[in-house]
Design a protein around this ligand. Structure first.
Ligand code: G6P
Length: 378
């Protein structure tokens, strides 16, 4: 087993390092820069079907649900298709309003999560076409999505090709899901005529840079140690982000609680004033995702508010942004990427943070208590 870890202390650490390669594998062979388009191998969806869609509903659990939250922003931005993201365990019992003009997209690393599979079946039963984004080839959800209820309706699976993920805390599955969702968003945008070839090309060129940018972030692993040491002492940690970084805040908090057993909460930065601000004191580390984005100044305002109350601010900031860095105790930098792709980079320092806090605390990083890699029962 030690050999399989290739010199890493834990599978999770190895899998964090594998992300540039994994994301490159997700996008390989799927981008046509000449056409300014994407080939979604495995998915059947015609132009007429894409144009006829009224809505898209993502169903997923856990980390895959966070990827869906990010993906919804990509799809709405590039394909102008109203998108909802549902927890599969809620969707299946919610008497969901879906039909032939709703495309259901199931996201699952394992392809075996019972709630997500049941959500797909429920959607199909109500006449909605379903496709999947999955890592494990031939698993239950891709099998369910292989056949459409109505002949000729959209169907199929876009595989992420992340390779086996052993650590229970999902890392490379998440970033490859984001890359796959970005591909889906571009393709939907092209099919629906909301995204011109030139604009698509610019987006796809940026996506191709992601593995290189990820490498740069991974090289900065040591800079996370002072933050990890401080968070390892904490009882609670708050993660704040807005826009594209809101799902990252949720995922950063989930990573930390899963493997370090420290209570963590992810919150939309703009909502801080409606609750979490009451918790802020010198004992509460606040990790702020403060990369340069449309409402970035507002996030700087949040950092000032935390500081004014004696709170301890750690931040993920865009490279060269001394203003945001100046408001943080420790700033972790990421290359500047277009906002929709920023989550693929800003999650990396948070994965390292969770990993090192857990390692400092000596928990079982790859096999956290009470958690399973794949939850095949309800
Ligand atoms: C479990 C795992 C999580 C995962 C979730 C959904 O809770 O521990 O890491 O995000 O299931 O799994 P899936 O395989 O459907 O993505």
């Amino acid at each position: 087993v030690a050999a399989e870890k290739e010199g890493h202390k834990h599978f999770m650490h190895k899998e964090i390092f594998e992300q540039p390669r994994a994301v490159a594998d997700t996008i390989r062979g799927r981008i046509s820069l000449e056409q300014g388009d994407v080939v979604l191998d495995g998915i059947e969806l015609s132009e007429a079907q894409a144009r006829g869609l009224e809505r898209l509903v993502v169903v997923a659990c856990g980390t895959s649900w966070h990827a869906g939250c990010s993906g919804a922003q990509m799809i709405e931005a590039l394909a102008r298709l109203p998108t909802e993201v549902e927890l599969a365990s809620e969707f299946r019992y919610s008497d969901p309003i879906v039909g032939p003009r709703t495309l259901v997209v199931a996201i699952s690393q394992s392809g075996e999560t019972a709630d997500t599979l049941a959500a797909v079946k429920e959607a199909k039963r109500r006449g909605a076409p379903a496709i999947a984004i999955c890592n494990v080839v031939g698993s239950a959800i891709p099998r369910e999505c292989a056949e459409a209820k109505e002949p000729g309706a959209p169907r199929g699976t876009l595989y992420t090709h992340a390779g086996p993920e052993i650590g229970v805390a999902s890392t490379k599955a998440f970033t490859t899901q984001l890359a796959a969702l970005f591909l889906l968003a571009v393709r939907l945008g092209r099919l629906r005529g909301t995204l011109a070839a030139d604009a698509a090309r610019t987006h796809l060129e940026a996506l191709r840079q992601v593995p290189l940018w990820m490498d740069q972030v991974i090289r900065q692993e040591p800079s996370v140690m002072p933050v990890a040491k401080r968070c390892a002492q904490a009882r609670d940690v708050l993660f704040l982000g807005r826009g594209a970084q809101y799902p990252v805040a949720l995922e950063g908090a989930l990573k930390l609680k899963e493997i370090s057993y420290i209570h963590a909460e992810g919150y939309a930065a703009g909502e801080m004033k409606h609750g979490p601000i009451a918790l802020i004191d010198e004992a509460l580390p606040v990790v702020v995702l403060a990369t340069k984005e449309p409402a970035y100044e507002k996030t700087l305002g949040n950092m000032e508010e935390v500081r004014a109350r004696g709170g301890l601010v750690f931040a993920v900031v865009s490279e060269g942004d001394t203003l945001a860095a100046g408001l943080a105790e420790v700033a972790l930098t990421v290359p500047h990427a277009p906002p929709l792709l920023a989550p693929l980079l800003s999650i990396l320092p948070l994965q390292f943070l969770a990993y090192h806090v857990a390692d400092l605390k000596g928990t079982d990083v790859d096999q956290p208590r009470n958690l399973a890699k794949s939850v095949t029962v309800e």
